[in-house]
Design a protein around this ligand. Structure first.
Ligand SMILES: [Zn+2]
Length: 485
């Protein structure tokens, strides 16, 4: 995109602040409407949270040039006096948040991701996502547009399509029946530029082995569901990088594991056969191999209680298209209810408590954790908003607020080997930041008190974010007229 001289240059710096928003009037999002990124942005008087240690450093000055943090220092630190300045007194600065389990373009099940999901992430301070199964071409186009400043959205790492069994259950999937299918899929996806391989539940065991070998050879991480036919301990030993939804963990904590591999799994049976000694032995393996867990706790709760939860009055429902609610989520809700089988509500509630207990046990054993939501295929799991609920679920599981915050900041950066670029508020890192009105270490729910978001060096004030949300709401409303989109 060509770069015209910044219109901001015409205004005095203090006025510039009022005009940072990219959504002036009905104009489309364009790089030119931002502050000239060559100009510095200075945040003063801010409490900087060190998410490694939990230290809160008061009265800090943070300087951002282009898309980098170039200075983090105490009061008195020198900074360009003519640069636009945000006085953030009373505010708390944290790294941009990650949602480590999303599906941006899930076949045609959730139309309008570019107008709904991408801006909702930013409005909620989610500046990076791990896309766990999508239409690769579309997502790569989004990524290019976002990097060029033509589109508002988070950083994206993606698997492209998921690998599933001969009859995949979901869209954006490749059917894998044989080891050869598996190897071919890994090679094709590598050539097409995916960041990692996503496994689903139905891949046959011999094909799983072939995929793992091929992925190691191609130096592509593989992550996702522990396939139904394979043990969690074996997938961990094979180098699977992350497990989703705790799949495999209850199976591997039970003397009935072999039965689970061949047959039906029920939560009642997970509960009745749970063996703490086996669970701890599995935890030791996961810790030793540093097999990351992305338990998607908010969706575990949403799914297990879906028959007793009324989402129709949820104020966030106005941000999503009728098609999501009335077609896709409606159908998925019925599928989820059907999958309960013999598990009654009391059992499912007990299982939710047990999941939190197991998460805490794994955490104590040294197993690393990631915050992910499974939005939007998780029914009424909202892009951006639900990540904050996930952090609260971690605290309910016994994490400290700092540890919960790490699952969406420092840990994802570590997971992707990007710690030198992202994950903390520090000099030299990418300028992905969230400014909060209250301390999230005092109450994790304070991550929702967003005063501003900085994504790749661009500043969005609370008002700017409000305009982003308004625009999403309009897109959702207008989509009623075009349900086929
Ligand atoms: Zn998923």
């Amino acid at each position: 995109m060509s770069r015209r001289p910044s219109f901001l240059a015409r205004f005095a710096p203090n006025l510039v602040l009022l005009l940072f928003g990219p959504f002036l009037g009905a104009a489309p999002l364009c790089a030119q409407q931002h502050r000239n990124l060559e100009e510095a942005l200075v945040i003063t008087d801010v409490n900087v949270i060190d998410v490694r240690t939990g230290e809160v450093r008061p009265d800090q000055v943070v300087v951002i040039e282009r898309n980098r943090i170039t200075t983090v220092g105490s009061k008195g630190t020198r900074y360009p006096r003519n640069a636009p300045t945000v006085n953030a007194k009373g505010g708390y600065l944290i790294p941009g948040l990650w949602d480590m389990h999303v599906h941006l373009v899930f076949g045609d099940w959730f139309p309008l991701a570019q107008e709904i999901s991408l801006p909702l992430f930013i409005a909620n301070g989610v500046t990076s996502v791990r896309d766990m199964g999508s239409e690769l071409k579309t997502v790569q186009a989004f990524r290019n547009q976002i990097e060029n400043g033509e589109r508002l959205g988070p950083r994206i790492l993606t698997s492209g399509p998921m690998l599933d069994g001969p009859k995949p259950r979901f869209p954006s999937s490749l059917a894998i029946a044989t080891p050869d299918d598996g190897r071919r899929a890994v090679d094709v996806l590598k050539r097409r530029g995916v960041d990692f391989i996503k496994l689903q539940s139905l891949i046959p065991a011999d094909a799983v082995t072939a995929i793992a070998e091929e992925a190691r050879k191609e130096e592509l991480p593989f992550e996702g569901h522990v396939p139904d036919a394979v043990r969690a301990a074996d997938m961990s030993a094979a180098g699977m990088r992350s497990f989703e939804h705790l799949i495999g963990v209850f199976e591997g904590s039970s003397p009935a594991e072999a039965e689970f591999l061949n047959g039906t799994k029920t939560e009642a049976k997970f509960l009745s056969t749970y063996d703490p000694a086996r669970a701890e032995a599995l935890a030791a393996i996961l810790a030793k191999n540093q097999t990351w867990q992305c338990p998607t706790l908010v969706w575990e709760r949403g799914g297990n209680l879906i028959d007793v939860t009324d989402y129709s009055k949820d104020p966030r429902a106005k941000y999503v298209p009728a098609y999501w609610k009335d077609v896709t989520w409606k159908k998925m809700r019925e599928d989820v209810k059907a999958s309960f089988g013999t598990d009654d509500l009391a059992t499912r509630r007990k299982f939710l408590d047990k999941e939190l207990e197991v998460v805490q046990m794994l955490h104590k054993a040294g197993v690393p954790f990631l915050a992910g939501t499974d939005t939007p295929p998780g029914v009424f799991i909202f892009p951006g908003f639900s990540l904050h609920e996930e952090l609260q679920r971690f605290v309910e599981a016994g994490f400290t607020p700092l540890e919960a915050l790490q699952t969406a900041t420092l840990n994802p950066a570590r997971f992707f080997g990007m710690e030198d670029q992202l994950g903390t508020v520090a000099m030299g890192k990418m300028a992905d930041l969230v400014l909060l009105d209250a301390n999230p270490l005092a109450d994790i729910a304070n991550t929702q008190k967003i005063a501003a978001v900085i994504v790749n060096g661009r500043y969005f004030s609370r008002n700017d974010l409000q305009r982003v949300l308004q625009k999403v709401e309009e897109s959702a409303k207008n989509s009623r007229r075009n349900p086929e989109r």
